[in-house]
Design a protein around this ligand. Structure first.
Ligand SMILES: *Cc1c(COP(=O)(O)O)cnc(C)c1O
Length: 405
């Protein structure tokens, strides 16, 4: 189960409705312009510490409510909202890196994080290197005097390896380098990024989250968050955020606020369904490897257990896993298997109501050899909210048709 108290807190949040009006959802305030009663008042208002409203881009009562709820979800103190999960990654890197600096990114990171480093940061004189997230000593070796930021992701994109987050974070702290976690998979539910082991001793500096996925839950909203506990670090990020002009629409914020109270239930249901499907795949002879951190043979399973089991409840995982299908099938057969699925749709952005499948070609995605992944065709599945038995029947039918034993 997810932590039920966390869900309770998302619902019973100290939001103050306008006088005489109380309802389940907070009000939606929309503004570019904010009025000042006098010029003197205009001059005296300070937007950076949220003590006053000055301009829609700097925050509204609606964005403040979502920011506060996300802080309580992830255990952070300060939050920034940006127009997508990728914008959260980009803003973090842009705020903290200067020409001559270097950023380290796990080789199995969300692909566009690497594309940002290669396609943009590099042209501004910001170097990057990819480290092996499953080998903390590789990270240690790659940190140089120029390293200013280390990205973390748990588990890795598509191949789902769960790294030794505690070891990676400790190395960053020892070397005095900031670490930022892409916490989209954990969603603030599976583990606590600012209190990783549940003893208050260890946490990341920054947690970014693609709200597009589980918090939105609808497959229809783009948004991202950047959460910190450190006021000075938050201010640095906030100034960059302001200078880049990144705002979010009130209606999108409303959608996320409306979905947040059900996120714990959805996450748990999608986790259970994901594990049921993963167990089913394990029994199919076409499947040569299952990549799901909650399964014993998966790379990094023990690290998943350590971090996601740190809070004395059944360890959670997102409803997301990959399988490696036997090499003896052709790409055309794999594609036909995907095309012929009726309930699983072909698409990228998980966390919504519809189950999805994507075939990946690892050779195009990784810089380091992937010896822990068996040769074959990698298929990534994400769970929606359909009945598990219907999903299994869908897979069974297409598998039988296109990938005969
Ligand atoms: C989807 C995703 C993002 C990016 O989110 P967008 O809102 O689509 O830009 C970043 N990181 C991870 C791990 C994701 O799954």
């Amino acid at each position: 189960m997810h932590d039920p108290a966390q869900t309770t807190h998302l619902i019973h949040h100290p939001y103050t409705p306008p006088g005489g009006f109380e309802a389940p959802q907070p009000g939606v305030f929309k503004a570019s312009t904010v009025y000042f009663p006098t010029v003197a008042d205009m001059r005296s208002r300070e937007w950076k510490n949220k003590s006053a409203y000055t301009y829609g881009l700097h925050g509204t009562p609606t964005t403040y409510v979502l920011e506060e709820r996300l802080c309580s979800l992830e255990g952070g103190a300060k939050c920034l909202l940006v127009p997508s999960g990728l914008a959260a990654i980009a803003t973090t890197s842009l705020a903290l890196l200067r020409s001559g600096d270097e950023v380290l990114i796990p080789d199995n990171a969300y692909g566009p994080n690497k594309a940002l480093a290669e396609g943009e940061l590099q042209h501004w004189g910001i170097g990057h290197a990819y480290y092996d997230p499953m080998n903390p000593q590789d990270l240690r070796k790659r940190i140089t005097l120029d390293t200013r930021l280390v990205w973390l992701e748990a588990p890795g994109s598509v191949t789902m390896e769960f790294p030794d987050l505690a070891a990676l974070i400790r190395i960053c702290h020892e070397r005095g380098v900031l670490c930022a976690l892409d916490n989209t998979w954990g969603a603030g539910l599976a583990f606590k990024p600012f209190d990783l082991l549940g003893n208050g001793d260890l946490g990341v500096d920054i947690s970014v989250h693609a709200l597009t996925k589980y918090p939105s839950g609808g497959g229809d909203v783009f948004m991202g968050s950047i959460i910190t506990r450190d006021q000075a670090l938050h201010l640095k990020l906030k100034l960059c955020h302001m200078r880049l002009g990144l705002g979010v629409g009130a209606n999108d914020v409303e959608s996320v606020l409306r979905s947040l109270p059900s996120m714990g239930l959805r996450y748990t249901a999608q986790d259970e369904a994901g594990r049921a499907l993963a167990r089913w795949w394990q029994q199919q002879p076409q499947c040569v490897q299952l990549l799901h951190p909650a399964f014993e043979d998966a790379p990094g399973h023990a690290h998943w257990l350590e971090v996601c089991g740190a809070h004395e409840r059944k360890p959670l995982a997102a409803g997301l896993f990959s399988v490696v299908v036997d090499d003896r099938y052709t790409q055309a057969q794999i594609d036909a298997f995907c095309d012929d699925l009726k309930l699983f749709r072909i698409g990228y952005s998980w966390g919504g109501p519809v189950s999805l499948v994507v075939p990946y070609d690892l050779k195009q995605m990784r810089s380091h050899p992937q010896s822990h992944v068996k040769p074959g065709h990698v298929l990534r599945f994400s769970l929606g909210l359909e009945a598990t038995q219907d999903l299994i029947e869908d897979l069974q039918r297409s598998l039988h048709q296109h990938l005969p034993k």
